[in-house]
Design a protein around this ligand. Structure first.
Ligand code: ZN
Length: 555
């Protein structure tokens, strides 16, 4: 195997555009233990090549080096990902392993959605860590990044906290843009600031055909049919769009629910009536400020509280002026069925919103990594192959493995999830332990599912393999390089196995070792102030849960 002691990266004619990528490649390898001595170099060339289709890349080897060709910046990042994911570091030396390939992605929309709220990682981690994470996604071939600016807890655009949040989101979107990804923004059809006057507030009751309450609501959303409602709604929206001027949005999402909606007599059923009044107006504003953006209309939670909401929507939605470009939907969580398929609604293409964060385990990420390869495979088989791609829903870095597996699906169109786990384990944990570690990642899906019957005793539904997984990962831990072993990616996997093993041997009560692990996870996620749903279940979990349930039920 050829080994090298330094890396020279040449970005011929693209130095300025590729400066971020050159730095990223060097940092990525250093994080894995590469010690660049300046001697015996591997020469990696980044070359503009207009003959490479779309976001694709070509990688080829040369004597003492290799070259990546792409027509777009995103293609160079994906090609660099191919180089890096196949490289190994042995005692500080670089062993490149990438094979020559021409690779063109199958899905057009390879997005990621950062839920930028709840004081989760994206909300509270030092900005540098979040920006570094954005770059990693570009290496995996993601070409779009969406964030959400939540209005409900701010008084308005002059709220200092709001100013800080806009600055943070702008930095994240800017980094996505510089990494060859398309920035996107999620908005709600009738979002309001905390200062919404009572006269314009949306109603949120089981009434007018709504049999229940569909998803979250902050009770400051706006009724577009109330006097002055539409004006206030558009005025707010315009202010928010203005705050993001200069970001070259490629997609703007417009959502009906969760939070959101109004169940008053004139708005119900919200998704097929009130929402269809506000969505074209919001789309018009979006295009005014971001003329290149495509509008993605979400059908999230359609039918959750109004039985034939989708049927009425299909009749009422005319897409006048072609304001919507995509439909976003996911299989109904109760029926497992996809509400609409590609082209069924006004001929529009469909993008997905796969759930990778919350499935089967509360609090989300509370016990470490949550690999869901089997679930992702199932979702893919059900619907993703009919879609243009999608935006997985991410609440933090604990579902990093799920993001990686989906990135392979979006890029290749279909992919063996076990091969994806093996690729991940080899790149991030090292070739020496990859096979065993990948098998454990698959096993961690089986032991993930939990039930919170008592907040102090969170039951693991399938504890059978907890000890064997922990034993296997402990052996890996002992064999790994110091750098790999100390990385957050490894720690969240290892701690997950440790917590599972400890709890399963203690009637599902947390042991002192579990509590130490919760503290370490909290530090890794920067979740010290996080909402209880996105933090480890430390000692105050029971109190926070009681308070939150009271808030939800008490309304
Ligand atoms: Zn209303």
């Amino acid at each position: 195997m050829d080994m090298y002691d330094s890396l020279n990266i040449l970005a011929e004619g693209r130095q300025s555009e590729c400066a971020g990528l050159v730095s990223l490649i060097q940092r990525w390898l250093a994080e894995k233990g590469f010690a660049d001595t300046g001697q015996n170099p591997y020469v990696l060339k980044l070359i503009a090549d207009e003959t490479i289709e779309g976001d694709g890349y070509a990688f080829d080897t040369a004597e003492n080096g290799g070259e990546i060709r792409a027509s777009r910046l995103g293609g160079l990042y994906a090609g660099a990902g191919h180089f890096l994911l196949n490289a190994q570091i042995h005692k500080g030396r670089l062993c490149p392993g990438a094979k020559p390939v021409i690779s063109i992605p199958r899905k057009k929309v390879r997005g990621m959605y950062f839920a930028t709220h709840f004081h989760n990682f994206y909300h509270d981690a030092p900005l540098d860590e979040v920006l570094r994470y954005v770059e990693e996604l570009a290496l995996w071939g993601y070409n779009a990044l969406s964030v959400w600016f939540d209005m409900h807890h701010y008084t308005g655009l002059d709220d200092p906290e709001e100013v800080a949040m806009v600055g943070r989101l702008r930095a994240i979107l800017q980094k996505a843009q510089e990494s060859g990804m398309q920035p996107c923004l999620g908005v709600l059809g009738n979002e309001g600031f905390s200062t919404t006057p009572d006269a314009q507030k949306a109603q949120w009751k089981a009434q007018n055909g709504h049999s229940g309450l569909p998803g979250g609501h902050y009770h400051v959303e706006i009724c577009p049919n109330a006097p002055g409602g539409m004006e206030l709604l558009l005025q707010n929206r315009e202010e928010v769009f203005r705050a993001f001027l200069g970001i070259d949005f490629k997609y703007i999402w417009i959502w009906p629910y969760d939070q959101g909606g109004c169940t008053c007599e004139k708005c119900a059923p919200w998704g097929a009536s009130g929402f269809l009044r506000t969505a074209p107006r919001v789309a018009e504003l979006a295009r005014k400020h971001f003329p290149e953006c495509k509008i993605i209309l979400s059908l999230w939670l359609f039918g959750a509280s109004f039985e034939d909401e989708l049927g009425i929507f299909a009749k009422n939605f005319k897409n006048e002026g072609g304001y919507a470009d995509f439909i976003l939907c996911e299989p109904d969580w109760r029926t497992g069925k996809l509400p609409v398929r590609e082209g069924e609604v006004c001929g529009l293409p469909v993008v997905g919103f796969p759930e990778i964060s919350m499935y089967g385990c509360t609090p989300w990420g509370g016990f470490g990594a949550n690999p869901l390869p089997g679930r992702i495979r199932q979702l893919w088989d059900e619907c993703e192959s009919d879609m243009q791609g999608g935006f997985p829903y991410s609440e933090g870095i604990y579902e990093d493995i799920n993001k990686f597996v989906i990135s392979r699906m979006y890029w290749h169109g279909d992919y063996d999830v076990d091969a994806a786990l093996a690729e991940y384990a080899r790149a991030y944990f090292g070739g020496g332990v990859a096979e065993v570690a990948a098998g454990c990642l698959s096993g961690l899906e089986h032991t993930l599912f939990r039930e919170v019957q008592d907040p102090n005793r969170i039951m693991i539904k399938n504890p059978g393999r907890c000890k064997s997984i922990y034993d296997a990962l402990s052996k890996c831990d002992a064999e790994m390089s110091q750098k790999m072993r100390a990385s957050w990616r490894w720690r969240i996997v290892y701690l997950r196995a440790l917590i599972d093993k400890e709890a399963s041997e203690n009637d599902f009560y947390a042991t002192p070792a579990c509590r130490e692990a919760y503290d370490e996870l909290t530090a890794i996620y920067h979740a010290q102030n996080a909402n209880l749903w996105v933090r480890p279940p430390t000692d105050d979990f029971a109190r926070l849960l009681a308070e939150d349930l009271k808030r939800i039920i008490g309304y």
